[in-house]
Design a protein around this ligand. Structure first.
Ligand code: CA
Length: 373
């Protein structure tokens, strides 16, 4: 026989009261459902390579910190520091590895002096775009390799956003042939810088904060930065007349979150999960933001500041492509881990390109046939 409904309710109410009484008797420690440990609050520092609150790049770690605090009910608070506020932008890696901060937000290619293979996790000249790179990270073995490369430093990497295809950069003089790159002093990090060197240019390493004055003063002849959204924010159009596309060197630059491994392992599992999920969310959010804002900023540059955007000539691109192949072969020959990561990247790129040739590429052609060159 079943109990009538009213009797079932009464039975369960009594049962629950009994459980409540039992729990109350267990002690005074504050506990939440499903948790067996006392609540503990954590305060972390997150250092970045970007000016504080810089559009896109600097906004991502702020969004991340806000989301983590919200999801954890305030149990994990993260304070974000801009370039130079706690440590200079190029010291983010060391600061997180050494425990000065628990987290960082930067670009992996800044750390090529620590591990040459790190460069691959930002971008490869003529390599994969944002969508493809994310697929490699999360479904193609890329993230496992990234963790392997950072493990000796006590760091755990996470994908931390992507800018999408960048611009080739701002040049103080016209580029008409490959020889125009000779002697050109250009801010261009990572493997792109190695390619520039190969065609006779001089790559210069600068974080964002120094770009405008270096370009304006003539200390450098050219700079790449990101794309219209970020380049407009720095006012680079005031320092150089020629704005070239496309970003052959960074066809989808991935940013990174790095976490001090000991600090991460010190967190309870739910807070670790919040970090895992929040980084993944910000990784996508940044690309969404760039996709929306780059076009708006491009219109402002063209219409308000009369910037003329021009493609790098085809033979310049062909020369850069050839130089890129030579650079990648040299880097792979010089460092076994670089070779291992590059082989995985290359394998994935070959496969994904073949499908994207008949899907994405064909679709773009068919969507706007009148704008095709
Ligand atoms: Ca860039």
């Amino acid at each position: 026989m079943f109990f009538p409904l009213i009797q079932q309710k009464t039975f369960f109410s009594l049962f629950l009261c009994g459980v409540c009484a039992l729990l109350s008797a267990c002690g005074q420690e504050q506990q939440t459902a499903g948790s067996s440990a006392p609540q503990q609050n954590y305060e972390w520092k997150l250092v970045t390579s970007w000016p504080k609150n810089f559009p896109g790049l600097g906004k991502a770690p702020e969004t991340f910190a806000r989301d983590v605090e919200r999801m954890s009910g305030g149990r994990l608070k993260i304070k974000v520091y801009g370039d130079g506020e706690l440590v200079p932008g190029f010291q983010v890696f060391d600061a997180v590895a050494g425990g000065t901060a628990q987290m960082g937000h930067a670009a992996a290619y800044y750390w090529k002096g620590k591990a040459p293979a790190a460069q691959i996790f930002t971008a490869i000249p003529f390599g994969m775009n944002a969508q493809e790179t994310n697929a490699w990270f999360h479904y193609g073995g890329g993230m496992e390799l990234w963790r392997e490369v950072y493990a000796p430093f006590g760091l755990i990497p996470f994908a931390g956003g992507n800018t999408g295809v960048q611009m080739a950069g701002w040049f103080k003089k016209e580029i008409n042939k490959l020889e125009d790159m000779q002697g050109l002093k250009m801010r261009i990090p990572g493997l792109g810088g190695e390619v520039l060197k190969k065609v006779g240019g001089i790559p210069v390493a600068l974080t964002g904060g120094d770009l405008f004055t270096s370009l304006q003063s003539g200390a450098i002849d050219a700079t790449e930065w990101v794309g219209p959204y970020n380049d407009l924010a720095f006012g680079l159009y005031k320092a150089a007349d020629y704005y070239y596309y496309s970003g052959w060197h960074e066809p989808g630059a991935a940013l990174e979150f790095i976490v001090n491994k000991a600090a991460y392992e010190n967190l309870p599992q739910d807070l670790q999960a919040i970090i895992d999920v929040a980084t993944r969310a910000v990784n996508q959010d940044m690309l969404d933001e760039y996709t929306a804002r780059n076009n708006e900023a491009m219109q402002t540059l063209k219409m308000k500041h009369n910037v003329v955007m021009r493609p790098l000539p085809a033979d310049v691109m062909a020369g850069l492509r050839q130089a890129a192949q030579a650079v990648m072969a040299e880097q792979a020959a010089a460092d076994p881990m670089f070779k291992k990561v590059y082989e995985s990247y290359q394998r994935f790129q070959v496969g994904v390109s073949e499908y994207h040739q008949v899907s994405e590429v064909e679709y773009y052609k068919n969507r706007n046939p009148q704008t095709q060159p």
